[in-house]
Every structure is written in structure tokens, then in C-alpha cells.
Design a protein around this ligand. Sequence first.
Ligand SMILES: NC(=O)c1ccc[n+]([C@@H]2O[C@H](COP(=O)([O-])OP(=O)(O)OC[C@H]3O[C@@H](n4cnc5c(N)ncnc54)[C@H](OP(=O)(O)O)[C@@H]3O)[C@@H](O)[C@H]2O)c1
Length: 195
Amino acid sequence: MKEYCVTGATGFVASHLIKALLQNGCSMWYAYAKTLGEKTAQKVAEEKNLDLVVVHPSFVIGPLLAPYVTSSLKYVLDLIKGAKGAYPNGYCGFVHVEDLVAAHILAMEESKASGRYICSSSVAHWSDVLAGLRTKYPMYPFETKPNNNEGDRNQHSMDATKILQLGLPSFKSIPEMFDDCIKSFEDKGMLSSAS
Ligand SMILES: NC(=O)c1ccc[n+]([C@@H]2O[C@H](COP(=O)([O-])OP(=O)(O)OC[C@H]3O[C@@H](n4cnc5c(N)ncnc54)[C@H](OP(=O)(O)O)[C@@H]3O)[C@@H](O)[C@H]2O)c1
């Protein structure tokens, strides 16, 4: 398989190019791009003598503030509406956006902060997350079938001890994150029982 590098991938033209490449069987190298981005930030920080602190969130959930959905919340909205065709057949770490914001503020303001911080509440399989949501929100269709993607099926954990030791009081639970998220979708009229 050939490799392609598409810059500005959320833009109008590039997003269509990405879509076509994915349909042609290409994989997205999100993790690789993130690693390169962080390494570049470290290099620039070193050159300019900046105090770089990095916060690594897992899948971020919580209430939507903006008038439109992007990124992970768009993904979740589509899962709730059953608009994706399948749910991810794997484990995932989740974090409430308010905990992630608190972690960023700590990383910026706490003088002891240094290096890299994992910011994640719990790891769960998507099938368990969706089963809990289906019981609580029977009015929404939710995806019912797992997808065929391999690679995310390994059970794993994420150790957030370092950010907790820096002063983050605690993490909100997965049900709290999704409740806040779904309430914001409902308040914005993005979900109705007919969706
Ligand atoms: N959401 C998650 O679950 C999650 C999990 C782990 C890590 N992250 C990372 O966290 C970051 C933010 O995620 P998000 O969910 O908030 O994404 P998002 O909703 O897609 O927002 C990305 C923001 O970055 C801006 N942006 C894109 N390219 C830029 C550029 N070259 N210069 C300046 N601004 C630019 C976008 O501006 P426009 O709207 O104008 O394009 C947009 O406001 C991303 O790096 C993402 O990979 C997110």
C-alpha cells in the first residue's frame, strides 16, 4: 500500500480526499501524526527554552458548547442515532472534557508540572458502554452491530496516577460523561426520539 500525507485534513477539499483514500483501503495514521507533532513541539521547546508540558487525553466526552459537532462528539452522536452502521469493536479509554480542562490548567499553572501526563478516567469496551446507554436511553436507536476493525480489541489500562498526584482531584465516570453529552445534544435539538 502506498503512503500519502494529507495536510489540512479537516478542510473542505482535503476532507474529501481523505474520505476517498479511506474508501480505497488506506488507513489513517492518527497516532503517527500525533507522535510526530509532539516530537516537533519538544524540539521547538528545547530550541526556544520553553517549559513544555504535554497532556494526553483518551476519548473525550462531555457536554457540547459549540453550536455544531466535530471530532469525537460527532462520532458519538452518530453512534446514538445509529448512523454509522456499526460501533467500534474494541476497548477505549474515556475522559470527561471538564476533567481534561482541569488537567490542562494544572499543567499550565502548577510549577511542579513537567513532562507528559495521561488524562483518562476508565477503559471500557464500546459494547458495554452502549449496552448501559441503551438501557438508560431506550428512545434512541444506537448502533447494534460491532464493526470488523481489528487492532483495538486488546484489553488495556491507562495509568493516570501522575496527573492525580499533580493535584487533579478525581475523574468523572463514564455514565456521567455520556449523560452530560446526551443532555447537551438534547438541549441543542440534535437528538429526538425519532432520530
Ligand atoms: N476529541 C477527542 O476525543 C480527542 C482525544 C484525544 C486527543 N484529541 C486531540 O485534541 C485536539 C483537539 O481535539 P478536538 O476534539 O477539540 O478537535 P476539533 O473539535 O476538531 O477541534 C480542532 C480545532 O483545532 C483547530 N485547528 C485545526 N487545524 C489548525 C491549525 N493548523 N491551526 C490552528 N488551529 C487549527 C480547528 O479550527 P477550525 O474549526 O477553524 O478548523 C478547531 O477549532 C486535537 O489535536 C485532537 O487530536 C482529541
